[in-house]
Write a protein that binds this ligand. Sequence first.
Ligand SMILES: [Zn+2]
Length: 302
Amino acid sequence: MNKIGLNIHSGRINGDLELLKRDIHAIEDAGFDVAEIPVHGVDAVVNGRLRTGRAKQVEEILNGFALKYTVHAPDVLNLRDFQYPDIHRKVFAASIQFTAAIGAKTFIYHQGKLKCNGNDVTEEEAREIEVDTLIDLSSLAKNEGVTICVENIHSSITHLIRLVESVGKENIKICYDFAHSYINSKKLGYDFIRSIQAARPYIRHAHVNDNFGKGKPESSASYIEAMPMGIGDLHLPIGWGDIPYKDVFRAMVGYDGIYTLELQERFFENGYSMLKGVLQDLRDMLEQVEAEKGESAGQVDD
Ligand SMILES: [Zn+2]
């Protein structure tokens, strides 16, 4: 059975390590296997430099629990941002160092999006620069024992597969976020399930949560208005939205990595009362898909 993780919500933690400790405790208590730590939520990097003392503090907190950890990049980290390209590289490098410092092996980064194009950089040039930069960063990651998983967010999956293939490094793979992709598949008109099958050989990490395939694959500024309308990247528990997760898990056949639930911060409220149920629903669905596989294998034997 796959390990299941839960995100530490960066905006909720907001630099408060006591709250980090309480949330990690709740994640362990609810029965999760993994917690995903945001570099930015714990104030680990300032102006592109790792605060080694802070990283040590975080590591000591995490070591008090029997969980595994992965690390999520700051959401604004963008290797196609040409306003301050240098600082993005430094933050990326410092985040890799943070990942290693807390004993994690997987660092998740959102694929870049062309921004601040005062220099007339074309989409293709920006792509090439992101590829080159990832190749450079892969050496540092390799020395630190870290795999960089590039996550789909702004574009199609074909685009991301092409990026990872162009980089061509063993330690640069894909984090497939089904929620982002579901929204983009509706917007761009690609086949959601087929995109999972195409990306499957490169997937080393996966993000799961639910939505209704409307709006943009980014969190909405006014969640309380977006939620009733079902618009946007709502980060809902599995089963609340429209994403056909059974088909998703069928398409992920053979995947033995982590599924990390990324929930909106309100699902941590009320004494963490929702976490156990949310985890159980996901486990039940994974088990059903697993059982189906057993049944169909049995039919072949008969
Ligand atoms: Zn994600």
